[in-house]
Write a protein that binds this ligand. Structure first.
Ligand SMILES: [Zn+2]
Length: 86
């Protein structure tokens, strides 16, 4: 994928997705009403809304969820166990 590729209409969300896909090996697919980010470990995914009410909040949620992956694909120093409420 080229550097100029856009994953999402909202720049804030696009930036987070781009980082996960380009630098951390996540996969990005269309799913239902929006998109899904598939974790490289194959166990987890994150729902991405195509029309988030608040793009910057949604971007932060995606980033936080990616850091909660037990396989710490987002390089979180202290990955948390799965299943905790966020
Ligand atoms: Zn994972």
């Amino acid at each position: 994928m080229g550097k100029g590729h856009r994953y999402h209409d909202k720049p804030d969300v696009d930036k987070v997705i781009k980082k996960l896909v380009d630098e951390h090996g996540w996969r990005y697919i269309e799913a239902g009403h929006g998109y899904r980010l598939l974790c490289p470990c194959g166990d987890d995914y994150i729902e991405v809304s195509s029309t988030p009410r608040n793009p910057s909040t949604h971007a932060r949620q995606i980033k936080r969820k990616s850091q909660q992956c037990p396989d710490r694909h987002e390089l979180s120093p202290h990955p948390r166990a799965k299943g905790r409420p966020s």
